[in-house]
Design a protein around this ligand. Structure first.
Ligand SMILES: C[S@@+](CC[C@H](N)C(=O)[O-])C[C@H]1O[C@@H](n2cnc3c(N)ncnc32)[C@H](O)[C@@H]1O
Length: 254
């Protein structure tokens, strides 16, 4: 599938809540919501802004968890879908979701403790977006980006789903974050074998859930998010279970 067709497909996705729900559920074995929720333990402070909230599921999770949230979403159809989600989950307040762009945030300086972005499109690589994020963050605040995730080819179903992802999202989206780390290496890690050159600053294993978080000093993902240019300190986390791997980039403001 060529790049033009893929872009057209994405535009179509952001205009139709049902299509988007399908595309973010089925090819990812229903794990998308699990990956979104990895934001929750990384929230700092009380006031949270979500960029590109899509269907608004994470927004609702964060409000339910007691955070004061706002969201800026570019697509009018997704704004409506997010407001519908809040209504369905009895958290209705249309004013919380604003139609606008992450590149020009309608908030005054130092308004938020955390800015969140899950599975962002190109806006997250735009220096204008990061300048705006830095502006609206309070000192000590942070940007949390779930940049991407991969299903690992384990079991019977996941290799099949990987092929669907490749067709729909393209090899760079599916394998992009892997650049230096191919699937065999990921499988080796999954079997608990160490990898030469896989440097880890800190590891946290949750034996209850089987989820491991590694803090990486020179991560191969998130490098195109221009954090340092705007004075944000980078922290890269790779979270993995037996079935998937998620790439998280955090930008901390001093
Ligand atoms: C891949 S979707 C991710 C949605 C949601 N965060 C999730 O985890 O499912 C990207 C979202 O970003 C929105 N978006 C694209 N450009 C944007 C911009 N400049 N500002 C705000 N939102 C934008 C799209 O409309 C879409 O809803």
């Amino acid at each position: 599938m060529n790049a033009w067709l893929r872009r057209w497909l994405f535009e179509a996705l952001y205009k139709n809540a049902y299509l988007y729900r399908f595309a973010s559920t089925v090819p990812f074995a229903g794990q998308w919501r699990v990956w979104q929720r990895l934001v929750l333990p990384r929230l700092h402070g009380y006031d949270v802004l979500e960029l590109g909230c899509g269907l608004g599921d994470l927004l609702a999770d964060m409000i339910e968890a007691g955070y004061a949230c706002r969201a800026v979403e570019y697509s009018p159809q997704m704004v409506k879908a997010a407001r519908d989600t809040l209504r369905r989950r009895k958290l209705a307040n249309d004013a919380l979701v604003i139609q606008g762009s992450a590149r020009a945030l309608p908030f005054s300086d130092a308004s938020f403790d955390t800015v969140v972005s899950t599975f962002p499109s190109e806006y997250i690589y735009d220096p204008d977006t990061i300048a705006e994020v830095e502006r609206v963050l309070r000192p000590g605040g942070r940007l949390v980006v779930i940049e991407g995730a991969n299903l690992l080819p384990v079991g019977l179903l996941q290799p099949f789903l990987l092929v669907i992802q490749l067709l729909v999202y393209g090899p760079s989206a599916v394998f992009g974050p892997r650049k230096q780390h191919n699937l065999d290496e990921e499988m080796a890690r999954n079997r608990g074998e160490g990898l030469p050159g896989d440097k880890v600053l800190y590891t946290n294993r949750n034996t209850g859930t089987g989820v491991t978080t590694d803090v990486l000093p020179n991560a191969w993902f998130g490098q195109h998010i221009p954090l340092e240019k705007h004075g944000l300190r980078r922290r890269s986390e790779r979270v993995r279970s037996r079935y998937w791997e998620v790439y998280i980039t955090i930008g901390e403001k001093d």
